[in-house]
Ligand binder design. Structure first.
Ligand code: GAL
Length: 430
């Protein structure tokens, strides 16, 4: 993220907050008092149904039920990693005027360039004011959930996208150190293939290829140029991007041929069961590994995706308050839990993410997540494509279409042309 832009956005936001008083007229009264529940249910929409994900949500629901026993929690989660199915269902519901009371949306362009742009969300400044959240939510994040001084969601976590999980056993057996650079990574995968492992790098369905792509793009371009392509300051047709696409094409040669048929959990499992050495996946994979009984540094190890050390490619799950929420007070109760320390400290250790709040109780987090907290505090921070930070829905969807073709034809030049066209059609390259 660009420091100056962030600072300006933050200053604007704080000024606006001070000036408008945060919409208190519509908010429940009192900083500490729970909002009055005038309806008896809250329908919360997410895509957390799968391994590792449902358990995290359940932990936060348990806190909600304890705080608001009078409200029935209706879990409207739709299965499918990265929300590929859920977001289509949500779009249909919103179109039909059938909004849930709150839904999961990523901080960044997915939120601002999609739901806010469509006028679907109510600002939640009053919740930030009443609960003192401005003090504890990261400065990096606030501008990504704000527009014109209005805050539009309640972030529950920070996930890291550029993580490569590896099998400590396979690496040790083959005398391989966890690779730090792309060259070391290629050398390791060459050695493993020469030793008979067909697919050293496990991959799943198409969105996981897009996820892998964004990490390789970051590795190849470095953080500044990576930001530049999303901000229209580096041409998608440039030689630097071509080098990145060629690197990605090479990375794909090490992946499994049945990727399209595998969920992210299936692909991650190939590492812990010893079929593949590596898998690039966000740190929700850690929640999954722990859930299925594997121990950090024994069943699985981790490094930043090779070539991305020192950079934290992030995303943040947040929950929103729709305009016309059917059970608005109950939605506010849910959001109050989602933004609370207790809610975040119940959810995140299980989910495999760190709290969005800066005051999480470190004693509750395992070894990987403690390292993620330290990296989040010290690394250069850039945003994820696949998980909504750097591109709005239409731009991302055009890139995804280009990816689908590339996975079939492997044509780097055609892929690059399609990326150029996508930036012109829906990104900042008009
Ligand atoms: C991301 C989401 C994560 C995790 C992942 C896999 O988009 O932000 O929380 O759920 O998808 O489903």
């Amino acid at each position: 993220m660009r420091n100056k832009t962030l600072q300006l956005l933050l200053i604007g936001l704080l000024l606006a907050l001070a000036a408008c008083g945060g919409g208190e007229t519509t908010a429940p009264e009192g900083a500490a008092a729970p909002p009055a529940a005038t309806a008896n249910q809250v329908e919360v929409f997410s895509w957390w149904t799968g391994g590792g994900e449902a358990a995290g949500l359940d932990a936060m629901i348990a806190v909600f039920k304890e705080k608001y026993p009078e409200i029935t929690f209706v879990n409207a989660a739709v299965a499918g990693g990265a929300g590929t199915n859920a977001r289509a269902v949500l779009a249909t519901r919103l179109q039909a005027g059938d909004a849930p009371d709150s839904w999961q949306g990523h901080a960044g362009q997915e939120l601002i360039g999609t739901y806010v742009a469509a006028g679907q969300l109510e600002p939640v400044n009053f919740l930030f004011e009443q609960n003192g959240w401005i003090e504890v939510m990261p400065e990096t994040l606030i501008p990504l959930i704000s527009q014109d001084g209005n805050i539009y969601s309640v972030p529950v976590n920070i996930h890291r996208a550029n993580v490569m999980w590896y099998s400590p056993t396979i690496l040790a057996e083959n005398g391989i150190q966890p690779p730090q650079s792309m060259d070391e990574w290629f050398a390791a995968m060459d050695a493993l293939q020469a030793g008979g492992m067909a697919a050293p790098l496990a991959m799943g369905e198409q969105w996981t290829a897009l996820h892998l792509f964004e990490t390789v793009l970051l590795a190849s371009l470095g953080p500044d140029k990576y930001n530049d392509v999303w901000e229209g300051d580096l041409d998608w047709g440039s030689p630097e991007v071509k080098t990145a696409l060629e690197a990605f094409a090479k990375v794909l040669t090490y992946t499994n041929s049945d990727a399209a048929a595998l969920s992210w959990q299936d692909a991650a499992q190939l590492v812990v069961n010893g079929s593949s050495a590596f898998n690039v996946m966000g740190d929700w994979a850690e929640g999954y590994f722990r859930e299925i009984g594997f121990e950090p540094n024994i069943g699985y190890g981790w490094v930043p995706t090779p070539g991305t050390g020192g950079t934290f490619q992030f995303l943040s799950d947040s929950f929103v308050l729709p305009v016309g929420a059917p059970h608005r007070d109950a939605a506010i109760a849910w959001l109050t839990v989602a933004g609370s320390r207790e809610g975040q400290d119940a959810f995140n250790p299980v989910k495999g993410s760190i709290p969005a709040r800066s005051d999480g109780d470190r004693a509750l987090y395992g070894e990987y997540l403690l390292s993620a907290m330290d990296d989040w505090a010290n690394d250069i921070v850039v945003g994820s494509l696949t998980h909504g930070v750097v591109a709005n829905d239409s731009w991302k969807s055009e890139i995804d279409t280009a990816m689908g073709l590339f996975l079939i034809n492997g044509n780097v030049d055609a892929f690059q042309q399609a990326l150029v066209a996508a930036c012109v059609a829906s990104g900042p390259c008009q």
